[in-house]
Design a protein around this ligand. Structure first.
Ligand SMILES: Cc1ncc(COP(=O)(O)O)c(C=O)c1O
Length: 322
């Protein structure tokens, strides 16, 4: 999309505002659906943390995707937007009691569980209201995502998930809990992944784990490979739609699923990252004698850090159209 061409429409609008190109969203959703049309066992959940605007959620829900939530608020937003509870998964390391109970009473599809204490708490809470919680264990596969350190989540040193070595014990434990139904294994190794060899490596690790579990007599109904597909920040106009066919193709080719097993994904950035633009006017630009750095100059915009936090937190580049 050419933002310059839209400039005259923007002239009368008060800044800052976000501009959403819904044509790109619709094309993106069509590409996601097209890429898995031949694989009815594949299911995509939209990771709501990427953008929780209610109108956008409605569009995504209407296109048949599920929702991946990391808080009670996101679960409520998903259900209000029309995502069926049967397509809602609940991840995150810090689920509180209220959120867990909310997930249980809403009959969501699955809790992605990060630790044994969390599993036991869910079991206790489910018992108090006579429910059984469907859970998937988030396993830390120790696979390097080759992405930015602060969005790398699948290495042993990262805080996320149960380690590979502890998986069998965790499964045995889950089987003893009366209000837990273990349905799946969940993995998410990081975000903005552009090197697809990484996903192949993840598939191999999951295959090995499934072999080990099989020998121990363990079968799970679903495998969730998380999100992570990156987008082209350098040339968004040339590549407005991420390469979903290639991405899903990696899993079709390299992941050895068991008969009847479902395969789930939780894509965030790649579904919404390419069609949202923040529009603001610069308040001022520093002069030559001020904070000029080798790479350019400081610009000030009427935003708080919660609006534009990527550059400051991750030392990432933002592109500006002057
Ligand atoms: C557990 C989990 N699933 C899915 C996602 C979505 O990842 P992405 O936006 O890279 O597709 C994230 C992102 O942080 C996550 O933590």
């Amino acid at each position: 999309m050419d933002l310059r061409a839209l400039e005259s429409r923007f002239q009368t609008l008060e800044t800052p505002f976000y501009y959403y190109d819904l044509d790109v969203l619709h094309e993106t959703l069509a590409a996601v659906k097209g890429a898995i049309a031949d694989a009815p066992y594949m299911h995509v959940h939209y990771a709501i943390k990427a953008n929780s605007n209610p109108k956008l959620l409605e569009i995504i829900a209407n296109n048949g995707l599920g929702a991946d939530c990391v808080s009670g608020g996101e679960i409520s937003a998903a259900l209000s937007a029309g995502f069926p509870a049967s397509k809602v998964v609940f991840a995150g390391v810090g689920k509180n009691d209220k959120e867990i109970l909310n997930g249980l009473t809403s009959e969501i599809a699955c809790f992605n569980v990060e630790s044994l204490p969390e599993l036991m708490r869910i079991n206790e809470l489910a018992a108090t209201i006579g429910k059984t919680a469907r859970v998937a264990f988030r396993i830390n596969p120790n696979v390097d995502a080759g992405t930015h350190a602060k969005i790398t989540t699948g290495l042993n040193e990262n805080k996320f998930g149960i380690s590979l070595d502890d998986t069998i014990d965790a499964v045995k434990h889950a089987r003893q809990l009366p209000n837990i139904e273990l349905c799946g294994l969940h993995f998410h190794i990081g975000s903005q992944i552009l090197n697809f060899v990484v996903f192949e490596n993840l598939c191999k690790r999951v295959n090995d784990l499934q072999d080990t579990l099989e020998k121990a007599g363990v079968f799970v109904k679903s495998i969730n490979m998380g999100g992570g597909l990156g987008i082209d920040y350098q040339n968004p106009k040339d590549h407005p739609i991420p390469p979903f066919t290639e991405y899903f193709g990696i899993f079709k080719k390299h992941l050895c699923l068991r008969p009847e097993q479902e395969l789930h994904f939780e894509l965030g950035r790649s579904v919404v990252g390419q069609w949202k633009f923040d529009c603001s006017y610069f308040v001022c630009k520093t002069g030559e004698n001020e904070k000029i750095r080798d790479s350019g100059c400081w610009v000030y915009r009427p935003y708080s850090s919660c609006n534009v936090w990527c550059p400051s937190l991750y030392r990432k580049l933002n592109s500006f159209i002057g």
